[in-house]
Design a binder for this molecule. Structure first.
Ligand SMILES: C[S@@+](CC[C@H](N)C(=O)[O-])C[C@H]1O[C@@H](n2cnc3c(N)ncnc32)[C@H](O)[C@@H]1O
Length: 460
């Protein structure tokens, strides 16, 4: 008997020679056995390999490479195998040009499959000259090993900490800061958090750094508020890291995978640091969203700004505005901007940022986009342009409905998830909005993520 389920062409633990035909959006190689797809880590299209089947499902299975028989010309040696084990650099075995093509293709496929809009032209992904060391933020778990504090990352799908000090995609100054802060905590006997027992104290070290300003923020995420000799640790951190302008303690007493808790205690400076973006200076608090790759973000936002085609006469809505990064760029070119965001802390920063940059024609409101947008529509706000930059889950149906009643001439969609972007484009297409082109931008080299800007125009 070949396998338990006669309908499947392979059985568990079978070793079989395959040729990879495709890559999934998770970066897995796809090999087909009598049209039954096997998904395999580290397989690139065109490569032949002997694989061992590890898991079988009804319509697809998984396998592991036993021996690679040929190598794709897109394959390069991995920079650090740990980055694959922990999932921080799932594409590091691909040449960068191939990564950019992969991301462009991901958008093309989703437009075809989900949006059923195959005619939108997806331009080649805009990449980086130096696709390493770009991340301006790290949230690194701290655990105990052999009586010492260790920092690193969890092995994929586990909570086993793999010790790591060089993350390769993070600003090297951030990598350095994590090690220095960890060693200072170690010196004063701070206990690492133990997830199973829910004991110990330091859970994560977060470091954020302004790429343009060099200002650094350290966030010590702890289980309880009472810890350390703070009077010693704070001056030690400031001495070891002169770029630090802010040290805050975030207390997270919950048994949870969510990194930050609710309580923030300021240990040095204010709960903010600065960076600049497209010529504006931004204050950023520990809980605010800020794009992790500012050099590419400037390209992305400039594209969004160009797509808005502002002359100075327009009323613009900036939905999901964070600390106001896109809002301020829009405000300089529009008559009036209305912006909303769900995190109160981010709106506080956004208001401060408008003031510090002497921008007066922007109004910020705290609230869920799907609640604020219908309210604004009811109040009669007539927007010529709506810009949206939602989280991965995309736009809420209630938001889209209200946006359509506002009837803008243009909608500029900045998306970090081609699948939800495609779902939403379909709705806009069904309601009279047309997109001709999409521009992917690579903000996350070596990873599976991509940002895309699409300009939608109302069909007259
Ligand atoms: C991709 S970020 C974009 C932020 C900003 N445009 C930027 O680039 O800095 C998405 C933002 O949406 C906010 N957000 C998430 N859910 C929301 C909702 N339902 N309504 C409004 N804002 C939301 C998040 O807090 C985050 O700041």
């Amino acid at each position: 008997m070949k396998n338990e389920n006669q309908a499947l062409p392979v059985s568990k633990n079978e070793k079989i020679k395959v040729t990879f035909e495709d890559l999934t959006s998770e970066g897995l190689g796809v090999a087909k056995v009598d049209s039954y797809p096997l998904f395999v880590i580290d397989g690139l299209p065109g490569e032949e390999a002997i694989v061992k089947v590890t898991k079988l499902g009804k319509s697809y299975g998984f396998a592991r490479i036993e021996e690679r028989l040929s190598s794709s010309e897109d394959r390069i040696p991995t920079t650090d195998v740990l980055g694959t084990q922990v999932g921080t650099m799932p594409l590091q075995h691909m040449r960068y040009e191939a990564q950019l093509k992969f991301k462009q293709n991901m958008v093309i496929q989703d437009f075809k499959r989900i949006a059923k809009l195959p005619d939108i032209e997806v331009l080649p992904t805009i990449g980086m000259k130096q696709p390493w060391g770009y991340r301006n933020k790290a949230q690194i778990p701290v655990r105990a090993k052999d009586g010492k504090l260790v920092t690193g990352f969890f092995r994929k799908n586990t909570h086993d900490l793999v010790p790591m000090e060089n993350f390769h995609i993070q600003d090297p100054k951030i990598d350095e800061a994590i090690v220095k802060v960890r060693d200072i905590l170690q010196e004063y006997g701070v206990k690492a958090y133990d997830e199973k027992k829910h004991t110990g104290n330091i859970r994560h070290i977060m470091v954020r750094r302004g790429t343009y300003t060099g200002e650094m923020m350290i966030v010590l995420v702890t289980r309880t508020a009472k810890i350390f000799p703070k009077s010693k640790i704070v001056p030690d951190i400031l001495e070891a890291l002169p770029e630090v302008v802010s040290i805050v303690q975030n207390v997270n007493p919950k048994r949870s995978n969510v990194i930050l808790g609710e309580e923030t205690i300021i240990l040095h400076g204010e709960d903010l640091y600065h960076d600049t973006l497209l010529g504006h200076k931004f204050a950023i608090s520990s809980k605010s969203f800020y794009q992790v790759n500012p050099l590419q973000t400037e390209k992305l936002y400039q594209l969004a700004l160009d797509a808005a085609q502002l002359t100075g006469e327009e009323t613009v809505i900036d939905a999901y505005c964070g600390i106001g990064t896109i809002s301020l760029a829009l405000a300089e070119k529009a008559k009036q901007v209305y912006a909303m965001e769900i995190v109160p802390d981010a709106i506080e920063m956004a208001k401060r940022n408008a003031e510090e940059n002497n921008i007066e024609n922007v109004t910020f409101e705290i609230g869920a986009a799907e609640e604020v947008m219908p309210k604004w529509a009811e109040e009669g706000i007539q927007a010529d342009v709506i810009v949206v930059d939602p989280p991965r889950k995309g736009l809420d149906a209630g938001f889209i409905e209200a946006a359509l009643t506002v009837n803008p001439d243009r909608i500029v969609y900045v998306s970090c998830n081609p699948a939800t972007l495609s779902r939403d484009l379909r709705i806009f297409a069904d309601n009279g909005y047309e997109a001709k082109q999409a521009q992917p931008v690579d903000l996350f080299p070596q990873t599976l993520h991509v940002e895309t800007v699409v300009a939608l125009t109302k069909i007259k």
